[in-house]
Ligand binder design. Structure first.
Ligand code: FAD
Length: 385
């Protein structure tokens, strides 16, 4: 199809990637976001090879390589610092054909904004949608209306357009743990600069991975009841949660800056029964917010954007037909990733303590290629295998 106008709600990873892909395909695009200033939620993200391949397809591979960290190995350690497993990622890279990149979210967002050949319309909060035979109109709180041939609802985990598409309200589900994340200067007394270091114990996790600018993207996971009161002094909180853990973990807590560290209660959404209604398509977290335990939520949003664009380009049977094809290609894949990530989140964070204990033991004896094969299986099930 040609000459389509697409209204995109949300300028996160999903909305921006989709905007770029649609513009490159020759469609007219308007991207709207409710915020006054775009600031990424969270400090870093690991883009696995399936996400990076989408960026390659959009001509952003070289830029991605400049902002991505050099992650050659994964090292699992006990809470007291004994090495459980040291996994060379090269076999993975060779199997899937692209290295993964941990990246600071501000760098990724800036790269996507630079690549989007238009202006994101900020301060536009979408509050509803109206569909007709020829088009669909997004309605904004400030009175603006934007009409297009289709509307992409990339409005995140708390999507207001999800209810319209599904005809029912779906609340995000609490993943039973809290995640603190941020950036610190990279340093060898914290972790090797080319490795992803992961400390595990007591159903908790501490992670450091390299990103550009000689920095580590770090996170801490602690299982906690939903709504646990927030202590804004994260260092004191973390020092208590990780008392007695290895020296690099203590150094990390000392060096992090509480004021730039994020604290997130992890939630997910799905699998959903559908992703489209008429001329409206859910995309990214609005359709399948995913526990970060596979590092796949953002990658899936990127895959969505590419597949949606392909579906529009490769049919002349109309927008509604193209969106049905999009749903058929994406629903199963993204639903499976949501479920797999949730299962992994439960395993890591002690939903069943016996299973977590077995995982700790398995890590010590696991053949590193079994780990890379499991990761490559998820990557190769994507549209750009
Ligand atoms: P969002 O990034 O949430 O963007 C939605 C946008 O819509 C926002 O800009 C918002 O302002 C806007 N919006 C919302 N409502 C409206 C409205 N009514 N009108 C207008 N605009 C609106 N993924 C990975 O691939 N790898 C990882 O390593 C990884 N780590 C993660 C770690 C953590 C702690 C978390 C929480 C997530 C992680 N993810 C990871 C998941 C990833 O961050 C998300 O899947 C991804 O950011 C989703 O992008 P999105 O564009 O769908 O949604």
């Amino acid at each position: 199809m040609y000459n389509l106008k697409v209204v995109v709600i949300g300028a996160g990873i999903g909305g921006l990637t989709t905007g770029i892909a649609l513009r490159q395909a020759g469609f007219e695009v308007e991207v709207y976001d409710r915020v006054r200033e775009l600031r990424p939620a969270g400090a870093g993200i690991s883009l696995w090879s399936n996400g990076v391949k989408v960026l390659n397809r959009l001509g952003l591979g070289e830029k991605m390589a400049q902002i991505g960290g050099q992650m050659d190995r994964m090292q699992y350690l006990t809470k007291t610092g004994e090495l459980l497993n040291d996994i060379d990622l090269q076999p993975l890279v060779e199997e899937v054909g692209q290295r993964p990149y941990p990246v600071a979210r501000t760098d990724l967002q800036q790269m996507l904004l630079d690549a989007y050949p238009g202006e994101v319309k900020l301060n536009h909060k979408c509050i509803g949608v109206e569909e007709g035979a020829q088009g669909v109109t997004a309605i904004f709180e400030n009175g603006h209306r934007a009409t297009g041939n289709l509307l992409v609802a990339a409005d995140g985990i708390h999507s207001i357009l999800r209810q319209y598409v599904l005809r029912e309200e779906i609340q995000p589900r609490y993943g039973t743990y809290v995640n603190w994340n941020g950036l610190v200067p990279a340093s060898e007394d914290l972790a090797p600069k080319n490795s992803w270091a992961i400390y595990v114990g007591d159903h908790k996790r501490v992670s450091m991975m390299p990103v550009a600018g000689d920095r580590f993207y770090f996170f801490f996971d602690v299982p906690l009841p939903k709504g646990t009161p927030v202590n804004p002094d994260y260092q004191t909180d973390l020092a208590q949660h990780f008392q007695g853990w290895a020296q690099p973990v203590q150094l990390l807590i000392e060096r992090l800056d509480s004021s730039t560290t994020n604290r997130v209660e992890i939630h997910d959404v799905g699998p959903l029964n559908g992703m489209v209604r008429g001329r409206v398509a859910l995309l990214g977290d609005s359709a399948h917010a995913t526990c970060p335990d596979l590092g796949q939520g953002g990658c899936q949003a990127m895959e969505d954007g590419l597949v949606l664009t392909q579906c529009l380009l490769t049919t002349n049977l109309g927008v509604e037909y193209a969106l049905q094809r999009y749903e058929a290609e994406r629903k199963e894949r993204t639903g499976a990733v949501v479920q797999k990530a949730r299962k992994r989140a439960e395993m890591i964070h002690g939903s069943d303590p016996d299973i977590t204990q077995k995982w700790y033991q398995q890590l010590a004896h696991e053949d590193p290629t079994d780990v890379t094969k499991a990761i490559s299986k998820v990557i190769l099930a994507g549209p750009l295998h």
